[in-house]
Write a protein that binds this ligand. Sequence first.
Ligand code: AMP
Length: 384
Amino acid sequence: MNIGVLGGGQLAQMMAQAGSSLGLSFMFLCPDSHACAAPFGEHLCAPYDDKRAQKRFAKWADVVTYEFENIPLAVVESLHQQISLHPASSVLSVARDRLAEKLLFRALGIPTAKFAPVDSLTKLINALEDIALPAILKKRTQGYDGKGQALLRKSSDLSVAWEKVEKVPCIVESMVAFRRELSIIAARNQKGEIVFYPVSENHHRDGILRLSISRQDDPMQVRAEAKIRSIMDNLDYVGVMALELFQVEDQLFANELAPRVHNSGHGTIEAAETSQFENHLRAICRFPLGKVSSTQTSAMVNLIGRLPVEAQIRKIPGASLYFYGKVERPGRKVGHVTLTGSDCSPEEFDLRLAALLQLVGESELAGRQFFDFTRANSHYLHQI
Ligand code: AMP
């Protein structure tokens, strides 16, 4: 079967690697001439809206999917009219717009931060009569890794923040004093069957995910599953979805959804019986979903900006190293390391993780005592 992927980054790359054992072939439509997925299939290097490229892509592919939300919606809608495409273009129209996404959560009774749409400085000022400071202003579309956002601490920040988001339609939302940031990933097929991966606890710096830890029996697992299930069922979703959540006391607030494989799920390659990448392909190709049954603690550490010394990482037992073949550049995800803990005690796992974090330059995270959620403490509190 031929799978057409819109995008050619590391998510497309890992999808294609997972697809080889399913006998799938890949074509990537991606305007980047250095697309890191290119060695794993055919690279159609053209702008997404190039009609000739789209025609060739649609003719070749049996099923189309995408690796990120910022593909022009018109392109996805046009392809969807010609060919099987998952997740559906109607899903993308919700997931790429922070307002539509938040309205969906609200309609499903899923708590969120207080929010309001904003399309002028006056509306922003008015919205903040109801939403107290501190708050965050976010572009409705095209934001990722903390880009397209501005923090509002005091009233004098408003006009600078409005300039910073380039005066485009936004939402403003209250700052949530969360205890933990979590994500849950699930795969759903056409029959409505769903498999859930263990919840990940996520740690960001400068708006970029640095570390995800998944442990067995996270106390928020069941609640997170109920929330993602209600969203997937409502959208009649096919494929893998990630739902990003804030834990406030023992309540979960939805922050955003990703209609695709997700960075916090890279550890499923090693820790789960079927990875998120394979289950995404299984769902969109109408193959039976694979078992998830993950029985081990795992952590995923992103390599941001530069690659570490490979030999040092290899000395850490249970570490698997991925380099995406990208040029090093500040703030860019150039690889990741997964650490699994099937052969050691939780204490030993924490020590190995601390060593790994030191080696990749995340010394601030390495020094934290956050590793076991049962030892929850004030380090969970978000400090912006
Ligand atoms: P987002 O692009 O919405 O995922 O935001 C990037 C990061 O900013 C999140 O992972 C959080 O760490 C932080 N953040 C976003 N929205 C909020 C909020 N309403 N309250 C507190 N922190 C937030």
